[in-house]
Design a protein around this ligand. Sequence first.
Ligand code: HPA
Length: 236
Amino acid sequence: MTPHNEAKKEDISNIVIMPGDPLRAKYIAENFLENAHLVNSVRNIYAYTGEYKNKKITVMASGMGNPSIGIYSYELFKLYDVDYIIRIGTAGAYAEDLDLLDLVLVEKSFSESSYAKLQNGNTDNLIESSNLLNYCIEETANKLNFKIKKGIVHCSDVFYSDVSDYKKLKKEHNCIAIEMESFALFHNAKILNKNAACILSISDSFVKEGILSPDERQTSLNNMIKLALESACNIK
Ligand code: HPA
């Protein structure tokens, strides 16, 4: 147990699916897992463990931003012996060829965040996700006939920024979309010799107009959840 997680070690699977929102963790447990039980509710950061196609899986929320996912993913990797974390979340598109509801597999995370620097002195701005997990996710997406686009995302510490320049981030760093958690997650996986991946659904765009209906959002969300869970079953 930790100050942030009351689950027993044996109640957490070595594979964790990690949405940002605790209610999304609950939704996944209730709609996709068998025999799911709540194993953490400290700060309402729900974690549920159950089975998907007979495979033990934990779904745990990360909260928003690098500091929050930094705490939970570090503890899962380091203290709960978790080997794989697949983050699922939403992102804002920077690239013109990304449409609302598209699924993105994050190859690398670019960030101005001080998370890695403050964690172990690493001043890199770019961190890769796990090749092993990405391979698995791509293969699974092909089997499911889901289209995924791969690329670098901008992982920002600030949602309401007056100075962030998406055109520059796109041009100079090849960022195709923005979210707020992949950098700390990938950093923790790297330093602890574990595997992390991130699948995102495009929920808004900096370059295209459009609003999603609740039904469209739900379908895209369900596809992303299915892709994460099926990929978890295909980890070799
Ligand atoms: N900024 C940061 N994170 C996000 C966004 C955004 O515009 N959209 C979805 N996640």
